[in-house]
Design a protein. Structure first.
Length: 106
């Protein structure tokens, strides 16, 4: 399993209880695929940088660190695209601790 950091942008119009339910849905999707959530942080509402004629002007950002098999990431992203309340999702693989040390020495 690899360690990943996921940045999830939820619709700005969601109230606190609806946002919590949406975050819980994302956690459950990760766990259904055999992943493990390490931590979750709500960043809050942030305006988007590019607003020219766009319908969405801001979103609610949540960052999750989790463990998941590499071959399951594309399945997770496909499932999240089907969720209306998830505006955007970005998942980045975090280097293992020994990889990070090797990069610093190299």
């Amino acid at each position: 399993m690899n360690t990943y950091e996921g940045m999830f942008i939820f619709q700005d119009a969601l109230k606190d209880d609806a946002l919590e339910a949406s975050v819980k849905d994302v956690r459950e999707e990760i766990e259904k695929l055999g992943g493990t959530i390490e931590n979750t942080a709500r960043i809050g509402r942030r305006p988007f940088a590019r607003l020219q004629g766009k319908r969405h002007k801001a979103g609610q950002y949540v960052v999750m660190n989790f463990l998941l098999d590499a071959d399951r990431v594309s399945t997770l992203l496909a499932r999240l695209r089907m969720k209306e309340e998830v505006f955007r999702a970005q998942i980045i693989r975090q280097p293992a601790p020994e990889e990070a040390v090797a990069e610093q020495k190299g």
